[in-house]
Design a protein around this ligand. Sequence first.
Ligand code: KG4
Ligand code: ZN
Length: 346
Amino acid sequence: MKKILAFETSCDDTAVAIVAENGDILGDAIYSQLQIHHPYGGVVPEIGSRAHIEQIRLVTAEVFHQAGLSPHDIDTVAATCAPGLVGPLLVGAQFAKGFAESRSLPFIAVHHIEGHIFAGSKEPGFPEAPFVALVVSGGHTALYECNEHLATRCLGQTRDDAAGEAFDKIGRALGLSYPAGKLIDDLAKDGDASRFRFPKPMRHDESLDFSFSGLKTFALETLKKSGPLIGQDLSDFCAGLSAVIADSLSLRALRAVKQCGHQALVIGGGVAANSTLRARLDEMCRKDSIALFLPRPRLCTDNAVMIARAAFIKLKQGKTSDLCVDVMAHLPIESSDKLYQRTYSA
Ligand code: KG4
Ligand code: ZN
């Protein structure tokens, strides 16, 4: 059975995985740079690139150890090549290309968002296309349509902040460490969501776009007036914030599914791990008989399993990448075919 060795280094995680063609995860390791970037309150690209260089060989060795495999057992190599931070992307892509070149293996460049969308493919419950995907992370908040050829098109996206960015920036004002999304999620579990009233973003807008900067400003102003929150007050604030963000995301996700006339919704990206969002989507999709695929939280945040699974889909379509393919900070999902320059008969 074919095995892909995959790398994901688009931001602050050095992630490597070995995945088999049937979807089985044979090895999966992530080195998180959180502690390194902690003093700066955000990701410093140059520091991140250096940390990827130091760690990538060690993380790769760990994955081979987990899988009980040697480099001879690998059939194809994949790496995230866009979008993301150019320095970190370069480290993963060059390491992957070097591995592929040294063993004369095919190389597949992967679009990070396609990775998030197909993270759960080959798992029970992952829908057949066509479906709508909601990708919500620290850098992206958008809705996509995947058709039967698995071509993806953006239906709507945030006009300003990503949902994860809003969680992280408001979390900072709450005195929480970066990234704050998971901490806010945990605090919200003991909170009363009706205590703090947050404005609903783009309440009267019928489009499939999102906006979170108004909500962020409102939350920061509220905190300026209230002073530091602790205990039950903090939990109530987090519950109200999680509820308003989850509502905005689910409302538009379901609107997109209905407008496209599809029957299935897939979610992905770090914020897809949010329990309020998962519960809200579950409730709404049940009501409207829409099949909902919620990936395990480990597959929501950045990882290399998602890159391997997206790469298998490209491989099945006969797509591989030239070793000269560049990494790109920005690449619209509709242009992801730019990553594939050579076809062969699979
Ligand atoms: O997909 P990801 O790992 O990296 C990007 O591509 O951005 O997403 C990271 C984002 C961060 O903003 C983090 O705060 C958020 O996902 N996040 C969460 C949760 N877990 C991670 N947000 C809300 N609830 C969570 N449980
Ligand atoms: Zn991501």
